[in-house]
Write a protein that binds this ligand. Structure first.
Ligand code: PLP
Length: 405
């Protein structure tokens, strides 16, 4: 039989959150090792339980969820999303401007697929949530990474964005709150991005899946609320805020000036129809979830699991020589910096692989998030505090003697 090769479209596509290092971890597990996986933001894997209102609604409506729905989603869900958008100050979103998806992931792929032609550029943060880069590349576009500046609490570097805009730039992706840095962008920086988008006719793609997972009394501003005159695609979902990543439930809303985007909207409608509809039982979770947006707040306050886990991971990182970090304020990720010179780290993937092999703890290297220097890695702080503290003691021990060969 002839060799079966992957499509050339995949040649420059990577998704290292589930990449080669995970494969090594799985091989170790198959050989009997016990691996602590701090690589994926999957609350269900760490004994978090979804709120009853969501689970009950979904399980109680299974028998009426057997058929396909409208390709954009059931009306109840879209009405609830429209009301949520209004609450966030995003004006003018009607039920026809909303698309439900099998997670935000499907919609990221859809909105890139519907937009980009070969040679079109899209601005994506570095570090990024890597699906954005993968989806843009697979769609035939060119991901151009703008820097988020660690020295300014990982805020987007406006000057860097400005200098990377070309006549081919079609849009800008803003991930706020951010994965992998855990940063929350304030109004000021968002307004500067809006100004650039306005001046250069850019679509804004706002990935706001963590907007209900804020700590320290912070509040979230949707960038679409600051740009009622621009075409904005806002993406959100329940995987994280309502701890149901496995149900696959997300949505996107389009807002602002739709008059110039008729053709793009036609494309989105077609792509949405081509996959028939998103998982209908999961759509049932949207209304009760958005009527209970504070259901998970207890996790984010002192005494709550996510808050205490952040304290534990930060406290443990503080004790490791050669590591620094910006304290995360949202979600459940931290993106520490490692003194690459001191440990002779030239390949960050090799570093996480070496740590995995020696201490059975799985992290993701910064390069997996399109960070260009080999000096960062991401930790998912979803396990209980004692587990996190122990895992960081292991990292400290490992670094006592580690020099990359
Ligand atoms: N966007 C961001 C920033 C994420 O971190 C994730 C998942 O980790 C997603 C989108 C995709 O989420 P889902 O497909 O589960 O809705």
């Amino acid at each position: 039989m002839k060799e079966i090769s992957k499509s050339k479209k995949l040649n420059n596509v990577a998704y290292d959150v589930r990449g080669p290092v995970l494969e090594a971890a799985m091989a170790m597990e198959a050989a009997g090792a016990k691996i602590l996986k701090l690589n994926i933001g999957n609350p269900g894997a760490f004994q978090f339980e979804a709120p009853d209102c969501v689970v009950n609604e979904m399980s109680g409506t299974l028998t009426v969820s057997e058929g396909y729905s409208d390709s954009k989603g059931i009306l109840d869900a879209r009405e609830a999303i429209a009301a949520y958008d209004k609450l966030k100050g995003i004006e003018g979103v009607g039920v026809n401007d909303i698309y439900t998806g099998n997670g935000v992931s499907e919609l990221i792929a859809m909105c890139m697929q519907g937009l980009l032609d070969c040679g079109d550029e899209i601005l994506i943060p570095s570090p990024d949530y890597p699906l954005w880069t993968g989806a843009a590349t697979l769609a035939g576009g060119t991901a151009v990474h703008y820097v988020c500046d660690e020295k300014s609490d990982w805020m987007p570097d406006i000057a860097d964005i400005k200098q990377k805009i070309t006549p081919k730039t079609k849009g800008i992706v803003v991930i706020n709150p951010n994965n992998p840095t855990g940063t929350v962008y304030g109004k000021e920086v968002l307004e500067q991005i809006v100004e650039l988008a306005r001046a250069h006719d850019l679509i804004i793609f706002a990935d706001e899946i963590y907007d209900r997972l804020l700590m320290d009394g912070l509040t979230h501003t949707s960038i679409a609320a600051l740009a009622p005159d621009l075409f904005v695609v806002t993406l959100n979902g329940l995987s994280k805020s309502h701890l149901i990543a496995g149900y696959r439930c997300g949505w996107m809303s389009i807002s602002g000036d739709k008059s110039q985007a008729r053709s793009y909207i036609e494309g989105l409608n077609m792509l949405s129809s081509m996959r028939l509809c998103s998982n209908v039982p999961a759509q049932r979770a949207i209304k009760p979830a958005l009527e209970n947006i504070h259901a998970m707040d207890y996790l984010l306050q002192p005494g709550g699991r996510i808050y205490e886990q952040r304290e534990a991971i930060c406290g443990a990182l503080d004790k490791i020589d050669g590591i620094s970090y910006v304290r995360p304020k949202a979600a459940f990720y931290v993106f520490p910096k490692i003194d690459a010179k001191r440990f002779n780290i030239r390949n960050d993937e090799q570093f996480v692989l070496d740590f995995l092999r020696e201490k059975q703890v799985l992290l993701v290297h910064g390069g997996g998030f399109h960070w260009s220097e080999p000096d960062h890695f991401r930790i998912v702080y979803l396990p209980e505090p004692s587990v996190l503290t122990e895992s960081m003691q292991k990292l400290g021990d490992f670094l006592q003697t580690y020099i990359q060969k």
